[in-house]
Ligand binder design. Structure first.
Ligand SMILES: [Cu+2]
Length: 199
């Protein structure tokens, strides 16, 4: 009886030990291939990983939005243009940071534009404005917060501008209002987000 069990168990023990050995060898082979590739290959291991990280870091750095600095003086000029550095149908500069009580002079440099504040996109209690077509208009901003304005005939092309007076006290309200406002844009759809991100 003992011999019978032994004959059954022995092959099993041998089989397991053989398989175990085979498995260890297979792992060693795979490891040595990895080590060899990493040591001999030029585009392998730490160096390629670090260059990947460097390039992705530089992408992040270039995507970082440049913040607009406070404009000096108490009077600022914004041109209404058919074409500018930032694209077609554009206010220049489109993003301004000024001090409370400063005056903005909108200049009808190119034809067929105006400057008008947008309902719900200026600070509470701020005075709205609506310039005539092809007309310069000067606006004094006495209420702190963010103002978004547009050119009426080119609002759908996102011909808009943003002015921050003092602190950005109403940023949350402006961002919320911008969600429905920008849904009417048929081009330059990222403009309002881009502009607000510069503040
Ligand atoms: Cu316009």
């Amino acid at each position: 009886m003992k011999n019978k069990y032994f004959l059954i168990i022995l092959p099993l023990v041998l089989m397991f030990s053989f398989n175990g050995k085979k498995y260890d060898e297979a792992v060693k082979e795979r490891l040595s291939v990895l080590v060899r590739v990493c040591l001999e290959g030029e585009d392998c291991g730490v160096s390629s990983q670090s260059s990947d990280m460097t390039s992705s870091m530089s992408i992040v750095a270039t995507n970082e939005t440049k913040k607009v600095e406070l404009s000096k003086g108490s009077e600022h000029v914004v041109k209404m243009l058919n074409s500018g550095d930032g694209g077609q149908m554009i206010f220049e500069p489109a993003v301004l940071k000024v001090s409370k009580g400063d005056t903005i002079h909108f200049k009808a440099t190119d034809m067929s534009h105006n400057s008008a504040s947008i309902d719900g996109m200026l600070p509470d209690g701020a005075v709205a404005w609506a310039g005539a077509m092809n007309a310069d208009i000067s606006v004094t901003l006495d209420t702190e917060g963010i103002y978004v304005y547009q050119c009426d005939p080119h609002a759908m092309m996102a011909m808009i501008g943003v002015i921050q007076v003092g602190e950005a006290t109403n940023m949350d309200a402006i961002k919320q209002a911008s969600n429905s406002y920008k849904s009417s844009f048929i081009m330059n759809t990222n403009r309002i987000d881009d502009y607000l991100n510069q503040l």
